[in-house]
Each structure stands twice: as C-alpha cells, then as structure tokens.
Design a binder for this molecule. Structure first.
Ligand code: ARG
Length: 590
C-alpha cells in the first residue's frame, strides 16, 4: 500500500536529490491557498547561483524538470509548477488523496502514529501541585499541556515517562507545622483549604512577630531531621492533599505514571552536594552554598540555616531520572514565571557534566486571566477549580439536554457525555492557545458551538458517527469510485493528509495548539462539505432547507455516497485521534 502519511518527508527526499541541500536547509511550507499547491518551496530563490542561471525562475524550472522525472515522487504528486519569481509548488495527486483514506481506515486509532521515537525516552514533568495548597490554575494548565505532550510523544513511538513532581517538601512546611502547633489544630481533620488558610495566617503573623519565623525554620529543620511529630503533621497534610488532588485528576481523566514528589529526594541530595563541592561548583556565600553562573543570577544549594532547597531537590531529581530511565529528552511543563529558574537548573546540570546531547526543555505556560487579572483558585480568591469544572459540566449538560442527537441516551450516558464535554471544553480552550500565552477565561468562547471549541469538535465527531450510523452500507467501504471531486471534498481530503505532520510538529515544538487548531480547521472543512452536499441516499427525499433545519443528513441521488461516507468515516477517525491526543474524549453522541 502506498504510504502517504508523511508526504512532507517524501518531498524532502526528492528535493534533496535535485538540489543537493541538507534536509534542514529545505523550506517546505503550506501555502494556505489552493492555487499555490499543497506544499511550496522557495529554495530555488534562496539558493540560486547568479553565475549559472539567468534568474531564480530559470533555476526553479530546471529543478522542476528534474522533479517531474522522479517516479517515486510521481506517486503522490500530480503536478509541480514554478510560480511567481521562483517558488516551486507541489500539488498532491488525486490518487494520493484518495489512497490516504485507505490508510486512515486501515490504521484506525493508530493513524498518524509512527515509530520515529523508537529507542528514545522522554520524561515529562508536569502537573506538580503543592501539598497543603489548593490545586491552582497554573497546575491545571501544566496538567493539560503536559498530558498532551505525553500523549503526542507516546504516539510517535517514544518511551514516555510522566512524573508528577509534587511540591511536598520545603521550608513552607515548617510554617504549616508551626501553625498547626501554635493553634492546636487537629491536622487530620483539616481540609486543604483550611491548611492553606492556617499557613497564610501564620505567614502574615511572622511580619509582626519575627520569632514565629524562627519557630517555623526550627520546625522545618526538625522535619528534615526526621522528627516524628513534625513528620506526622506533614504526613497527614500530604494525605489530605493527595485525596483532594485525586478527585481533580479523576474529574480530568488524568493519570500520571509516577508521583515521586520532592520529599522522595530527601536522602538523595547529599550525594549531589558532595559532587557539586568536589567539582568546585558549590561556593560558600554568607553561610549558604550557591552555584554561580556566567550570565544568570546564582542559585542556592543549601540555605544558611542548613535547610535544603527546591533547586537541590531538582538536581537530585534529574540525577535519579538519568539513573532510572536514561532519558533523551526532559520536558518540564511549569509556569513561565520559573523560566530563569530552569535556565539555572539546566546550566547547573551541564556544569556538573551529567548531560551531553540530551535535550532539557522548559515548556513554560502563561496565566489564565479572569476579568483581566490573574485567575486564582486560592482559598481567598474568587473561584475554586473544582467549581469551575463542575460548572463546565453543568453547562455541557444543558447543551446535551437540548440537542436532538442525544435522544435515546440514558440519564447515565448523558452524565458521562456531559463530563466528557464539560471537561473537554476547558481542556481544549487551554490547549488551543500556545502554552506561553496568557488566556482570558471566557465561558462564551469555551462553549462557542460554531467556533473553535472543544464542544464544536466533539459535535462534529458525533455528526460523522451519526451519518455513518444512518447509512445502510457496511462501514468498511469498498472501492472509491469518484471521478470528480468538488472543492469541499478536496479540502477535506487535503486536510486529512496533513494530520501526521501536524502531530510531529506539535510534539517537536511542544505546541499542542498546532494540533488543536488543525482539528478545528479540519472540522470546519468537513462541516462546510456537510452543509453543501448530500451524503446519504434515502427514499424520503426532502428539500435542502428542510433537511438543514431538521439537522438530518443530506440526501444524495444516485451517486457518490460511498465516497462521501468514506470521507465522513476518515474525517471522524482523524478528529477522534486528534482529540484523544489532546486528552479529550470523543463521545459517539452528544
Ligand atoms: N510544585 C512546583 C510549583 O507549583 C512545580 C514543580 C515543577 N517541577 C519541577 N521539577 N520543578 O511551582
């Protein structure tokens, strides 16, 4: 079978042959306008030699003549043209477009996957909420983006390891313990909210009473030394927090492979400190120990009172990850406000000589804004995360109650779909933005049914499934006998061929938004096709308007319904695969 999933690679190979350029030097873009082809290269203009050719155009023409003779390329590319002052435009052949539908059908849920990551390991550090503090919006973004990256890399054949680096250690626990002791609180009975409140209150009190700060430091020291009372309070706070976080993860449908957490590294920091000292990296500074960098502020390894730091725990974490998984790529999905911190961390790792060609990446995310201000789910703040999610599920439910296509679903099924749509809506709204951008939290946009939203994509998927369910044809559709493709069909077909590339690009550039926006584009194209053309032949023919208003399927008179069903089937499959990669469910009906 002709494998047309990675068309870009095929074209790159051919261009490389005729130009002698390294693959990285070849520019191959999506022109975005049908008349400019499906791919376009400007390399004849960039690389033309004025001594040999009259113009870039002449050089382009020579390349095109050679490319046209390339038999392998001819299998996918129907037409190659010189355009403008030397662009080379490639047009996919109709055979390739049609053949791709067979590939999608055959590969099903695996369509778009590959083994390009075979033998390589990626560790993704994501979510990482802090014990005794509410699960914040920042952790929500980290959870969504991190999970999408995890899914993408896994789909590309990498061995993926997800690690939830829980914030369960640090000087703040000294304060929490001190607060519990000072107020004589029954720690086992405190909710995360109450724990956080106790911490906030105590922290405030230290401003007026520095002695309290000293007390907190003492308690942290005792905790680090293994004092049983300190450990008990910490342990209880951790249990309560984990139970609450688990509720959120269950709601989100997220399950992270490991959650070692910072406390796991308690007995692993000494070795790191020794190594840093031995390699001459640890410097004494006012009783503390620091690492200095050429063009970054210094980082603290040990505080002047002997307390360990977030930084040293992160170093110990990397060491552990190297020893445990030997990763090729380390991805940290953590808020952008820690970007200097991660620069320091990565620089320190290089100075320690732990890493050679491996990639260390901080995928920083921006803020969720609410009414122009940083959205907060902290106890004192305006919105609680669980409330946002429940509200979203409620909104989804009301849409589902009203929708005709959800008829026939039991109450239980409707609840399930509402959860998938409500949670999917928030996830998608986050993921459609580039990770680093700030996002305005806006219910209207989150639920826009005729726009770039999770519900829109889920709805389009459900639409494809309903068309297929209504067809009497078996879903394994036989041959495609289609002579003429109309422009709506063509744009869906072309869009389908791009999926695999978008998956790769999303993973490599750590940008799930590329995939999200691609899915929206595909769904819009399918819906345009759906609105303008009939898909199914049926006996009871109606006028187009009647059909539209009733939201039933177009009726086709003696024609291409097999092709159109297959288009529907494959489009649905790709939307489903894409949503799944984003961590979003695709219910059959909604
Ligand atoms: N718990 C930290 C926070 O909320 C995030 C941890 C990120 N991961 C890491 N390896 N530092 O800010």
């Amino acid at each position: 079978m002709l494998y047309v999933a990675m068309l870009r690679d095929q074209i790159l190979v051919a261009v490389k042959k005729v130009t002698g350029l390294e693959t990285e030097k070849i520019n191959l873009d999506f022109p975005g306008r049908d008349e400019h082809g499906d791919y376009s290269s400007n390399n004849a203009m960039v690389g033309f030699d004025a001594k040999k050719y009259k113009s870039p155009k002449e050089y382009a023409q020579e390349l095109v003549d050679k490319l046209r003779k390339d038999k392998e390329l001819g299998k996918y590319i129907g037409k190659i043209e010189v355009a403008g002052s030397g662009f080379i435009n490639f047009f996919l052949s109709k055979e390739a477009l049609l053949q791709n539908m067979n590939v999608i059908e055959e590969k099903g849920d695996k369509y778009g996957s590959s083994d390009m990551g075979k033998g390589k390991t990626v560790v993704i550090d994501y979510s990482a909420p802090n014990i005794a503090k509410a699960f914040g919006v920042g952790h929500l973004r980290s959870t969504f983006i991190g999970q999408a990256l995890y899914n993408l890399y896994q789909f590309l054949g990498y061995k993926t390891v997800g690690d939830n680096h829980l914030g369960d250690w640090g000087t703040q626990f000294g304060m929490i313990i001190a607060a519990v002791k000072k107020n004589n609180l029954d720690v086992g009975k405190l909710s995360v909210d109450e724990l956080e409140k106790a911490y906030v209150k105590y922290n405030k009190e230290t401003e007026e009473n520095p002695e309290l700060r000293e007390k907190a430091k003492e308690w942290f020291k005792r905790l680090e030394e293994g004092d049983s009372e300190a450990k008990y309070i910490w342990q209880k706070a951790k249990e309560t927090s984990l139970a609450e976080f688990q509720r959120i993860y269950d709601l989100l449908g997220v399950n992270i492979d490991y959650a070692y957490g910072e406390s796991f590294y308690l007995d692993k920091m000494d070795a790191v400190l020794k190594e840093a000292r031995k390699k001459g990296l640890a410097k004494k500074s006012e009783g503390a120990e620091i690492i200095e960098f050429e063009s970054l502020p210094p980082s603290m390894l040990v505080k002047s009172d002997g307390a360990t730091t977030y930084f040293t725990r992160d170093l110990a974490t990397i060491k552990f990850r190297i020893e445990t998984w030997k990763p090729d790529i380390y991805i940290y999905e953590v808020g952008s406000e820690q970007s200097v911190y991660f620069k320091q961390l990565f620089e320190a790792v290089r100075k320690l000589g732990w890493i050679k060609d491996e990639e260390l990446v901080h995928v920083g995310h921006g803020l969720f804004l609410y009414g122009g201000k940083k959205m907060s789910t902290r106890s004192g703040g305006s919105i609680k995360l669980e409330e946002v999610l429940t509200q979203s599920i409620k909104k989804a439910k009301s849409i589902i109650e009203k929708s005709e296509s959800s008829r026939g679903l039991s109450k239980k099924e409707k609840d399930k779909v509402a959860k998938a749509v409500g949670v999917g809506a928030i996830k998608y709204y986050d993921l459609l933005h580039h990770p680093t951008s700030n996002i305005n939290f806006d219910w209207e946009k989150i639920f826009v049914l005729e726009g770039n939203s999770g519900p829109y994509l889920q709805y389009t998927f459900a639409r494809t499934q309903s068309v297929l369910a209504k067809s009497s044809k078996s879903q394994k559709i036989l041959k495609i006998k289609n002579d003429k493709l109309n422009s709506e069909e063509l744009s869906v077909l072309k869009s389908l061929t791009r999926f695999s590339e978008v998956v790769v690009a999303s993973a490599k550039s750590y940008s799930p938004n590329l995939l999200a926006n691609y899915l929206f584009d595909l769904a819009s194209k399918y819906n345009t096709f759906y609105a303008r053309h009939r898909i199914l032949s049926t006996n009871n023919e109606r006028t187009k308007n009647e059909v539209l208003s009733e939201n039933k399927h177009r009726i086709i008179k003696g024609g291409n319904d097999e092709f159109r069903l297959k288009l529907t089937l494959t489009c649905g499959q790709v939307i489903k695969n894409g949503l799944t990669l984003l961590g979003i469910e695709a219910p059959q009906k909604m």
